[in-house]
Design a protein around this ligand. Structure first.
Ligand code: NIG
Ligand code: FE
Length: 408
């Protein structure tokens, strides 16, 4: 049993703000939160190990609810091409983009992919992250999608972190199916999805509904197959063009629709009605030099929960820094510091269907981050420094400096 004292706790349990408790005490028992409240209300725990938070801020462990963390290769050359005038879409249409990462990822062994992904996951964890969603989508056939998702599961075996896997086989059309996207969708539905779901590798199903991805009709076929297997869905929607993907996803009670720069009010309303979380990805917005911002005002107006994630991937967001995404969401999208922190805690948990994480509440997992901050807004305000002091995963404390979780 542990007792964390002398802290301010951002519990994230109220409707809009931080749910802040000044001079709080948190009691952890068997990996779960047994008590959270004002110090003067806390029960006596004579045998507990006492941790002095030195007046720091305790938050839920951060949740990165949209990443493509398992990949090989580099797209630095495409970054150069873009700086010489090519667009992201042009590079994709010429066989680069996602396809070049597919080639490198297929060529890499599972061991090589794990080594790369461990490093990336540790980087996120060193900045307060305790849950990471990891998508496939750089394999695009049964064997290689399995390889990516298996590596994602191995991250959770080797590191103290919670991993949620998402099958994104409908990310791009692989070369074996060139000019036959429908044929590839059939392969996903009949083979890749049911096989990997049966192997326990799939927590949710995603697709890239876009002019350079899959049509709404193709996307809907994937959703139907996911629903038959009882799997929740997510969607890359309205990133470059408005395909009405968010509405389609919401009609299938999607956990989330992600990106959303081109989202219209009809889509926002459908998301509100179905409890679909808006996952905003300011890293991709920034890295692609997008100018169209997601409709944050409309999302607020219709009370759609907003989450924020890194979208860590080699093409549109080669970024492994979740606190930086808070700063960008505030600066680019005009989100408030409260919305930003909610976006990587309670709302990110909702985007993953995790109902025992993302808040500091009795009965929830003791995934916690202790920061050397007086004010919760500091987590959004500053970047380039790392105020994380201690990270708890399932009630076990890890000191940031020594990285004792490292498997290597
Ligand atoms: O979330 N939009 C599609 N997928 C990724 C980018 C993948 C890539 O370029 O490799 C994204 O932005
Ligand atoms: Fe993505």
């Amino acid at each position: 049993m542990q007792r964390i004292e002398n802290i301010n706790a951002a519990t994230m349990t109220d409707d809009k703000g931080y749910g802040l408790i000044q001079d709080a005490t948190v009691i952890i028992n068997k990996g779960k939160i047994e008590f959270v409240g004002a110090a003067f209300d806390a029960p006596a725990t004579p045998t507990a190990e006492v941790i002095n938070g030195n007046g720091g801020l305790l938050t839920p462990g951060l949740i990165d609810c949209h990443t493509h963390l398992v990949w090989a290769g580099s797209r630095a050359n495409e970054f150069s091409q873009r700086l010489h005038g090519a667009s992201y879409q042009e590079i994709a249409e010429q066989g680069g983009g996602i396809k070049s990462t597919v080639k490198a990822t297929r060529e890499a062994s599972a061991e090589e992919l794990l080594e790369l992904a461990l490093e990336r996951a540790e980087t996120l964890m060193s900045q307060g992250v305790t849950t990471i969603e990891v998508k496939s989508g750089y394999g695009l056939d049964l064997e290689n999608e399995r390889k990516q998702l298996t590596v994602a599961r191995q991250l959770a075996e080797q590191l103290p972190v919670n991993i949620k896997t998402t099958l994104l086989a409908a990310h791009a059309v692989p070369s074996e199916f060139s000019n036959n996207a429908d044929g590839y969708i059939a392969e996903i539905i009949q083979n890749i999805l049911p096989t990997l779901a049966n192997e326990g590798l799939v927590d949710a199903v995603d697709a890239f509904c876009e002019s350079i991805g899959f049509s709404p009709a193709q996307t809907e076929k994937v959703f139907k197959a996911a629903r038959e297997l009882g799997l929740p869905i997510k969607l890359h929607a309205e990133q470059i063009t408005n395909q009405k993907g968010a509405k389609l996803a919401a009609d299938y009670q999607a956990l989330s629709a992600d990106h959303l720069e081109q989202l219209d009010e009809e889509g926002v309303k459908a998301m509100a009605e179905n409890g679909t979380v808006a996952v905003l990805l300011p890293g991709a917005f920034y890295f692609l030099r997008d100018t169209q911002k997601p409709p944050v005002e409309l999302l607020r107006k219709h009370a759609v929960p907003m989450a924020i994630a890194t979208d860590a991937n080699p093409g549109s967001s080669p970024i492994h820094n979740l606190p930086l995404m808070l700063q960008m969401a505030a600066t680019f999208f005009h989100m408030t510091p409260e919305e930003c922190l909610r976006g990587v805690t309670v709302n990110a948990a909702k985007a993953l269907g995790e109902n025992q994480r993302g808040v500091i509440a009795e009965g929830c997992y003791a995934d916690l981050a202790l920061w050397n901050c007086k004010d919760a807004a500091e987590l959004t305000y500053q970047f380039g420094v790392n105020p994380l002091k201690t990270l708890w995963f399932n009630g076990v404390a890890h000191d940031r400096v020594s990285k004792p979780w490292s498997a290597r």
